[in-house]
Design a protein around this ligand. Structure first.
Ligand SMILES: CC(C)(COP(=O)(O)OP(=O)(O)OC[C@H]1O[C@@H](n2cnc3c(N)ncnc32)[C@H](O)[C@@H]1OP(=O)(O)O)[C@@H](O)C(=O)NCCC(=O)NCCS
Length: 263
């Protein structure tokens, strides 16, 4: 069967019902965004066991139990794997168990070339080893990774591609307000969980959001996810539950919470 998908629509085009933007017509502020221009240091070292955000700024080379910094090119494979793992159930529901490795490779490939979004990716190092990752987004960051349907088809097949599209459409009402920060993904390697890395990543989201002048941070989480407790401890409250037959069909889980933290 011949499939002709030209022009290649990315998810940004599909979600926003516009014609192909796959020539990389991302919002202007993203093109101009240069993480090196930020006034905040790229690395923050946390001391675990503290109940408040007691962090000091630190150069990237400084050793500490937990260090959060912007993603660097050498972190891409790790970050791609952690993000797919963080959404393991949802992704497996979308593409099938046998395609999980292909999905990690696909996501890593997309991430490698989505350089315009790298400044939204953060990596947590624990004793110098990559241990966790977080993706945050702000207003106008809806131009997501450089996803191309035909490339996806070649990795995960037709059903896998449909599954991914459904998964992405499940939360169509994610629009990020001008003063909002959206925590898109947070994941910690299974070997490093319970050491305060998730908390440190969430605190980094707060600090990035404050720096940008945001007044709130929000996220979506499965109602059954233990992480709800972590978010509540970090000051998030459940604003409303969300779930339709389509969310269940597309993600394998019908019941989600929207949680928000006022800064
Ligand atoms: C959620 C997660 C990022 C927390 O990272 P962490 O470094 O373990 O978190 P911390 O050590 O700072 O805090 C521990 C809290 O994390 C949560 N947590 C721990 N293990 C978890 C797991 N396997 N799944 C989900 N949440 C978990 C719990 O709330 C825990 O507190 P509790 O022991 O009182 O229940 C991490 O456990 C993870 O990657 N889980 C799987 C992916 C996921 O669910 N991501 C969130 C999607 S919204």
């Amino acid at each position: 069967m011949m499939l002709n998908w030209e022009p290649r629509y990315c998810i940004y085009c599909v979600q926003n019902q516009v014609s192909a933007c796959c020539k990389k017509s991302y919002p202007e502020d993203l093109k101009d965004m240069d993480s090196t221009k930020t006034t905040e240091p790229s690395a923050v070292t946390f001391q675990p066991g503290t109940t408040r955000s007691r962090f000091q700024t630190a150069p990237e080379t400084e050793q500490g139990p937990i260090q959060i910094r912007k993603m660097e090119p050498q972190d891409i494979e790790f970050t791609g794997r952690i993000i797919v793992e963080a959404f393991h159930d949802k992704v497996e529901h979308a593409v099938g168990k046998s395609r999980m490795e292909d999905m990690t490779q696909l996501f890593t490939k997309i991430l490698r070339r989505s350089t315009h979004l790298w400044h939204r990716y953060h990596v947590a190092m624990y004793e110098g080893k990559p241990a966790g990752a977080m993706v945050i987004k702000f207003h106008d960051d809806n131009a997501i990774e450089d996803f191309q349907c035909c490339e996806t088809l070649s990795h995960v097949g037709c059903w896998g591609c449909c599954g991914i599209l459904c998964m992405l459409f499940a939360f169509t009402d994610i629009s990020i307000g001008a003063a909002e920060c959206y925590v898109d993904t947070v994941g910690v390697d299974a070997d490093y969980r319970g050491k305060g890395i998730g908390k440190a990543l969430m605190e980094r989201a707060d600090s990035e959001a404050r720096q940008r002048g945001c007044t709130s941070v929000f996220l979506w989480v499965k109602q059954s996810n233990r992480a709800v407790r972590l978010y509540e401890r970090q000051g998030f409250v459940i604003t409303h539950p969300f779930g339709t037959w389509f969310t269940g069909f597309a993600t394998g889980c019908r019941d989600w919470y929207n949680m928000e933290k006022k800064l």
